[in-house]
Design a protein. Structure first.
Length: 277
């Protein structure tokens, strides 16, 4: 009688069932679970074999409580949070040439939408793999097409692009997601709450323009875009708070932006309710 229960969030090798098919189970079945009748028929004692499995391999093993989100609509706002995903799987950018080839091969918005839905599904599964216990997944070099086929078992899934099938790896999936999102969505900020869309006044606009030359915009702008898209749709974040108080806690290369020297130049008077030009 197994009364212990372990959640999938805390499941480890110690809880798993390990068995030896050829060294233990097959010899036991051959000796104790097979009988040949006088007329030559072979009869199997399945109940005895089942009891052996329970006694030998399952004794002491806990019941497993599966904690898994059964349904997640990928087109829901906030369904895919690539900021958290990037912390779990190392990411690198696609080259401009690779991005150009992918969009050319997709050829249409319909094909890009279909590909985007598949990419979102992959991100969701990767992000949930291992729960909160596993902070890093060593899968960056795995091909995206192989992951879909071998892990998600979607053998018929098609990305609509040979470049994606042959070249894109899981380390490119964030860049691919953003490429497809920007291609398929006319305004990526469409769902941002109205209270975060006030125009900048002339003073703050001037401060931002002066600070731009001292900021690492290649790092800052993509992180800000993700924060705005994924966190400013519901209207929960205080709009009269300096925006640097929020974006300062975004991570880049295992450091918070607050800890980077160039971020000190970001104007402290720009509020979260301001729409950036």
């Amino acid at each position: 009688d197994r009364k212990s229960v372990v959640s999938t969030n805390f499941f480890s090798d110690a809880h798993a069932v390990a068995y030896e098919l050829h060294d233990k189970f097959v010899p036991f079945v051959s000796k104790n679970c097979v009988r040949v009748t006088e007329d030559g028929r072979v009869l199997y004692d399945f109940e005895n074999a089942e009891q052996y499995l329970l006694d030998e391999f399952f004794t002491g093993k806990p019941l497993v409580k599966v904690n898994v989100r059964m349904v997640q609509y990928t087109d829901d706002e906030g369904a895919v949070d690539t900021r958290l995903f990037r912390q779990k799987v190392e990411q690198v950018a696609l080259s401009r040439e690779e991005a150009k080839i992918i969009l050319a091969e997709l050829g249409s918005l319909a094909a890009a939408h279909k590909c985007l839905a598949l990419v979102e599904m992959c991100i969701s599964y990767l992000q949930s793999t291992g729960g909160n216990l596993i902070q890093k997944l060593d899968v960056a070099e795995v091909k995206l097409a192989d992951y879909v086929k071998d892990v998600l078992l979607m053998e018929d899934a098609a990305f609509g692009s040979e470049a994606i099938k042959r070249k894109v790896r899981l380390k490119h999936i964030d860049a691919l997601f953003k490429l497809l999102r920007d291609f398929t969505v006319a305004d990526v900020f469409e769902n941002v709450h109205a209270k975060y869309k006030d125009s900048l006044d002339n003073k703050d606009s001037s401060l931002l323009k002066k600070a731009a030359g001292k900021l690492d915009l290649d790092t800052l702008l993509p992180l800000m875009q993700d924060l705005i898209i994924q966190n400013l749709a519901e209207g929960v974040m205080a709009e009269r708070q300096p925006i640097c108080d929020f974006i300062g806690w975004l991570e880049h290369d295992d450091s918070f932006l607050n800890d980077l020297d160039w971020f000190d130049h970001f104007p402290k008077t720009v509020l979260a309710n301001n729409r950036f030009p």
